[in-house]
Design a protein around this ligand. Structure first.
Ligand SMILES: Cc1ncc(COP(=O)(O)O)c(C=O)c1O
Length: 450
């Protein structure tokens, strides 16, 4: 049994252990402090459960080395950006080659034809657009969806995360209302005017909302991956897709995280046929780039909307999108990194890791679950996999989570902060997997004592 006092004791001890081992990171943090907000180039980096930031000297494969010379096995992998390992050799080679021949020109590079072919082959959709981030891709897709349907609202699921996209940064109140997320900064619009939020795995609610006929698209991940991990119940995604078809609503899948399920993402696992797919983060091997793909029918409606609009800014697209460097990285990633062979290694490694963690949990008799979706898994503090965001939130325990994450990091294992996600890259070894299970076992022994 986990003892609260044990969790606090372990966290305090691990903070000291971290400080003792990271003098150079501490010094760099002190020197960065005057020049950056919170001393960091991006304020979320503060949310790691560390006494001060960990500065990276090198990231290669599934290894991170910090400036204090310590080595880590990385199961966070930049929260998916480095899903196939850091700096995959084909992508690094393509970037280096292209870097000498131009970075950005606001003109298409000669690789475009091949990139289009590879994207269509990988995700089964014929037409594509490129952006710099998945946030941008989702934002632009929502805009296109409203433009081509003439409908004002979008439907998302409670607990969703699709990036820095205002329309999707909503929560569901206990009484079912759609509320702007309480944590948002600088948000002045009434998000409930343009967004409706319903519980995941609740097909009846989706059908009821779509029946009104004012929803441009459903935007969802095939499983919620940002609120713990909430897989779709059997038939749920199919029911959402069918309701979209019946009501003329676009069915948009954000596969930015779930592309870890295998070639073609989780849509292929479930046999879904979305109208639009978004893939970001790892799609170009970790270089900033995202893509959205769509059917010919959607493409024709997009072109018609653009052609009918007044000339000028569409509100869609950015100057550096589809730059020459991104095309080079994307081509290399699609052709040489996102391969069936790499996915097979990832899925096999993930199954072995889940097995190892399940064993430790069973030995301790804990009511915890490892929920796995392809190559990613989530350690959840509940006896069964949650069915929706409310259940997933109820299973969270912040003090326990941060103590666990810091304890693992101090033993050379990095997992994703904010929740307990472990992503398994192709180069994972059995020793890497065993190290996680061993560290979890000793953590549990520690926190079971007051
Ligand atoms: C499912 C999903 N979509 C989109 C995004 C946004 O990605 P980015 O932060 O690279 O824009 C995220 C980020 O975590 C995500 O989890």
């Amino acid at each position: 049994m986990i003892v609260k006092a044990g969790v606090h004791r372990v966290y305090a001890a691990e903070q000291q252990r971290y400080r003792d081992a990271h003098a150079r990171s501490a010094a760099l943090a002190a020197r960065s402090a005057p020049h950056f907000l919170y001393g960091l180039p991006m304020h979320w980096m503060r949310d790691w459960p560390l006494p001060h930031p960990l500065f990276v000297a090198q990231a290669q494969g599934n290894r991170l080395r910090c400036v204090d010379g310590r080595e880590y096995t990385d199961f966070c992998l930049g929260d998916t950006g480095a899903m196939f390992g850091h700096s995959p050799e084909p992508v690094a080679r393509a970037i280096a080659g292209q870097a000498a021949r131009g970075l950005t020109a606001m003109l298409p590079g000669e690789r475009l034809v091949e990139v289009g072919r590879l994207l269509a082959e990988a995700f089964g959709l014929p037409r594509w657009q490129l952006t710099l981030s998945a946030s941008d891709a989702n934002r632009f897709v929502l805009r296109w969806a409203r433009a081509i349907t003439g409908r004002p609202r979008v439907l998302v699921f409670d607990g969703c995360y699709h990036g820095a996209v205002d329309d999707t940064l909503v929560d569901r109140a206990d009484d079912g209302r759609t509320l702007a997320r309480a944590s948002l900064l600088g948000q002045v619009h009434d998000l409930a005017l343009g967004t409706v939020v319903v519980p995941f795995n609740d097909a009846a609610s989706v059908e009821e909302v779509l029946a009104v006929g004012d929803v441009a698209c459903v935007l969802t991940e095939p499983a919620l991956t940002n609120c713990g991990l909430v897989p779709p119940a059997p038939g749920f995604m199919e029911a959402v897709q069918a309701a979209c078809r019946r009501t003329g609503t676009l069915f948009v899948l954000d596969e930015t995280h779930t592309v870890s399920s295998g070639p073609g993402g989780h849509a292929r696992v479930l046999g879904l046929e979305p109208d639009v797919v978004v893939v970001g983060k790892a799609v170009a091997g970790g270089l900033p780039c995202a893509v959205y793909g769509f059917t010919d029918a959607v493409g024709e409606r997009m072109a018609a909307a653009k052609d009918a609009a007044a000339p000028g800014h569409s509100g869609i697209g950015t100057t550096l999108a589809a730059n020459l460097l991104a095309l080079a990285a994307l081509e290399a990633s699609l052709r040489e990194v996102m391969t069936d062979a790499n996915y097979a290694r990832m899925l096999d490694g993930a199954a072995r890791l889940q097995h190892g963690l399940d064993g430790v949990i069973a030995d301790h008799g804990l009511p915890w679950t490892v929920t796995r979706l392809g190559a990613r898994m989530e350690l959840q503090f509940c006896a069964t996999t949650p069915l929706d965001a409310a259940q997933a939130r109820a299973a969270m325990d912040e003090p326990l989570e941060r103590a666990l994450q810091l304890y693992l990091l101090n033993r050379g294992v990095v997992i994703t902060p904010f929740h307990n996600m472990l992503l398994v890259p192709p180069m994972v070894t059995q020793a890497d997997i065993d190290a996680v299970a061993t560290a979890l076992r000793s953590f549990l022994a520690e926190v079971s004592r007051a």
